[in-house]
Design a protein around this ligand. Structure first.
Ligand code: F6R
Length: 361
């Protein structure tokens, strides 16, 4: 049942304020400015013993994991990184007892992720699951974890589950941070930010008509570049994946800082750039990248917290705490990919060559 929407993708994009509300519900502890994550099966002493976190997933879940790793490093100051589960599994990884492994999957059935979990468990590692589908194979195989409560996701491409997974990582990062060195004040600041998300998501969704117009401007492009830095780079990766999956426009994502090391050679009027430009400590650096692109006559669509004068168009999103900005900045780009694909007449819910859950190698 599409509930009045033309596609499941549109329905699922539109459900994100409620979905985020669900992942937060019942978990916030205002007394200690932290969150309760009962299913982790990791007590405070064990959590303090974690020296490194390795996040594994595929596709969009891997991108959510990249943002998650950043959140964990920022809030809990535990070294963290994300890697495609498929690659991890085939490079005979060093499995270290002080590392906490986190497997991320919407379906909980992706074969490469499940196989990585099984291999890790065989080697005695502790593995948590960040999973949407309750009772799925990865959820069952993991030592503990958290459900992301996005609700059923039917469209082949993931949208609301991506957003909820990133919020789930923010909760995990906050929880680990408050067991370690994150102050009460910072814990409270993040909680206040999390509570604002549903309303801010609602406001982004209300700008759909404007995003649709912009999508129609760029829909003729043969190829697009997506750039961002640090928190914004995984947003660029995910937006680029979404665009290619449903519109079949070729897209690349780069850290804005890497442009001058090669991809700047591609910039010309026919290759538009989507730039993630949050109002944070990297704002001036990001603006300098826009300058470099403008100097080569590249067209720019900025996703920012205020109008960017060097960009041809700006989609303005509400500001949250710096750490939580990536959660909101991805949402207009889901709508951008959607309306680009729609303008090109694509079968949005069933893109060619793709399946919802990849249960084979
Ligand atoms: C992208 C997409 C895929 C999945 C990937 C992992 O829109 O849907 O890239 O994210 O196949 O699937 P899960 O999260 O079910 O493990």
């Amino acid at each position: 049942d599409m509930g009045g929407h033309d596609t499941y993708m549109h329905k699922e994009i539109s459900e994100q304020a409620d979905a985020v509300d669900r992942v937060l519900r019942g978990r916030i502890d205002d007394r200690f400015s932290t969150v309760h994550l009962g299913g982790l099966n990791l007590d405070a002493r064990e959590a303090r013993g974690v020296r490194r976190i390795k996040i594994l997933g595929c596709g969009t879940s891997y991108h959510a994991g990249l943002i998650g790793a950043g959140l964990i490093e920022e809030l809990a100051r535990i070294p963290a990184d994300a890697e495609p589960a498929s690659e991890f599994r085939y490079r005979n990884p060093v499995v270290d007892p002080d590392t906490l492994y986190v497997a991320v999957s919407q379906s909980g059935e992706t074969y490469d992720v499940l196989a990585a979990v099984q291999e890790l468990k065989r080697k005695g590692a502790r593995v948590l699951g960040v999973v949407n589908v309750v009772g799925s194979a990865i959820a069952r195989e993991a030592d503990g974890g958290m459900y992301v409560h996005a609700g059923p996701e039917v469209c082949v491409v993931s949208t609301k589950c991506f957003t909820n997974t990133v919020v789930a990582f923010a909760l995990l990062a906050l929880h680990l941070g408050r067991i370690r060195d994150l102050s009460v004040a910072d814990g409270k600041r993040i909680i206040d930010g999390l509570r604002k998300l549903p309303e801010q998501i609602g406001r982004i969704l209300e700008t759909e008509a404007e995003i649709k117009k912009l999508a129609e401007v760029y829909a003729g492009a043969q190829s697009m570049m997506f750039i961002g830095r640090v928190r914004g780079y995984p947003v660029a990766l995910e937006a680029s994946l979404k665009l290619k999956e449903i519109s079949y426009i070729h897209a690349e994502a780069y850290p804005a800082s890497e442009l001058k090391h090669g991809p700047l050679a591609l910039i010309e009027p026919a290759l538009p750039t989507v730039a993630i430009v949050p109002d944070d400590d990297l704002l001036e650096k990001n603006r300098a990248a826009l300058e470099e692109i403008k100097a080569r006559s590249g067209r720019i669509l900025a996703i920012a917290h205020r109008e960017q004068e060097r960009a041809d168009h700006t989609i303005v999103v509400p500001k949250n705490e710096n750490e939580l900005d990536p959660i909101l900045m991805g949402i207009p780009l889901q709508l951008f990919a959607y309306h680009t694909a729609l303008a090109m007449g694509r079968d949005i819910d069933k893109p060619r060559n793709l399946a919802k859950s990849v249960t084979v190698e």
